[in-house]
Design a binder for this molecule. Sequence first.
Ligand SMILES: [Zn+2]
Length: 302
Amino acid sequence: MLSHEAKQGDALLNRCSYVGRFAPSPTGPLHFGSLLTAVASYCDAKANQGQWLVRIEDTDIPRIFPNSEAHILSCIDAFQFEPDAEIIFQKDRFEIYEQVLEQLKQCNAIYACQCTRKMLGSNHIYVGTCRDLNLDFADQAIRLKVADQQICFEDRLQGLQCSNLQQDLGDFVLKRRDGIISYQLAVVVDDYLQGISHVVRGADLLDNTARQIWLGSLLDYPSLSYMHLPLAMNDQGQKLSKQNLAHALDITQAAKLLQQAILALGQATVELDQPRIMLQQAVQQWDINLIPTGLHLSGTYL
Ligand SMILES: [Zn+2]
């Protein structure tokens, strides 16, 4: 009994401290928008005496872009970020996600869905067609049941966010018919297993958060703190993304790019130096009240 209590105490201690992460997907090379997320998550963790972890979110194997994993790793190196634990790769963790699906199946939180993309059509809200059909799980998509209730959280930058998953989305997919584990499932499980306490990421993921909070609550995982950063836009008014052909980060220009990223985040300027030194200074000066508010940055980026 004593040892059990001691263990719980340790877990509590871990959960109270700050553990942040940077979790890029290798669906293309890192771009300036990814650098903003890396810098903000790093500085926020370090300014709060926290740990900073890196996780490669490569569950969507068909969308993995050749060599982008190597580019991510070379950027971490070139920008002299120092993760506090070994980098983990989601593609090595399918057994873990399958175990969690089994756990959700036991408590009747998920079901198999045979609807094809064609059957779903342009309707963005899944109406629960297969919810009570008790279909066999083999070779079908797996959906998580949602409830008709408001899910709210206080984002550190974007303020109070609320959504009703049933009305806005419907039961959502945790595993695709082709076996690919959804981003939602992998991110929730790994944030929990890595002991993440604080999520700092781009505002393009803001509307994923309610799904992740809902799934985490069903699994009895502790709740997380969220901060969604304004997105860097190109001169066409599109967010920087692999789809919009954002420039890959040029690792030979690491110091200059790092300086630009720190400025884009509204922080006090940092002299050009070794990236490690620049990051140290950015951590000392880090002030989230200076980060521009809203969903987009006002300047344009390549
Ligand atoms: Zn269905």
